[in-house]
Design a protein around this ligand. Structure first.
Ligand SMILES: CC(C)(COP(=O)(O)OP(=O)(O)OC[C@H]1O[C@@H](n2cnc3c(N)ncnc32)[C@H](O)[C@@H]1OP(=O)(O)O)[C@@H](O)C(=O)NCCC(=O)NCCS
Length: 172
């Protein structure tokens, strides 16, 4: 499979069943107990900032962006990011992250955070949140996996406290 056969597009509601299937395959039932899942349960993700990779019209990779809040700060939670096993190591994951971050920047966001592997995400602009205690996730997270990418320098400083879905913060 050549990377040139892969198309990228904004996510639509029609992609939902395939994305659910890809995430189930990538993360298994354990995904429901993760901190990021608990935050995402608080409200919808932003389809206009979320992307799919397709091959022959079938979804082979997906990344979603969800608006979140901590204190007065706002950010986008990146994830889940998943690529079908048969299509790994073609640069699809990297491209999906780049597209999502670029769309976020153009939409005026200053910060994206995620829970994931630093060795994968560091070359894509993410680094470990220090100090870890700055953010309280709804479920335990390995501090080495809580990562942030500042789209506007200095925005992480203002993102402090309990991390919740932005709609939940707006309601409270
Ligand atoms: C992680 C994942 C999205 C990467 O997608 P992908 O399209 O295969 O990634 P890319 O082709 O952009 O990048 C491949 C490179 O990343 C590396 N890589 C993949 N997973 C990695 C990880 N967890 N940690 C460090 N490096 C990783 C590969 O070894 C490869 O390295 P190379 O370019 O030096 O050969 C995909 O493997 C996946 O769906 N995994 C299961 C779900 C998951 O773990 N998601 C991320 C956590 S939110």
């Amino acid at each position: 499979m050549a990377a040139t056969n892969v198309a990228y597009a904004l996510e639509t509601a029609e992609h939902d069943p395939e994305i659910e299937d890809i995430n189930a395959e990538a993360f298994g039932p354990g995904r429901f107990s993760r901190a990021a899942y608990a935050i995402r349960e608080g409200g919808p993700h932003r389809r206009d900032l979320s992307f799919v990779a397709t091959v022959g019209g079938k979804v082979v990779g997906s990344v979603r962006m969800t608006p979140i809040a901590a204190g007065g700060g706002r950010a986008l939670l990146l994830g889940p990011l998943a690529v079908r096993p048969a299509f790994k190591n073609l640069g699809i994951g990297r491209k999906l992250v780049a597209l999502a971050l670029d769309a976020a920047r153009k939409d005026g966001w200053g910060l994206s955070i995620l829970v994931g592997d630093a060795p994968y995400y560091a070359p894509l602009g993410f680094s470990i949140v220090v100090p870890y205690g700055q953010l309280a996730m709804p479920r335990p997270v390995d501090p080495a996996r809580l990562l942030a990418c500042e789209l506007v320098p200095g925005t992480l400083e203002g993102f402090v406290g309990d991390v919740v879905h932005a709609e939940r913060a707006n309601r409270e």
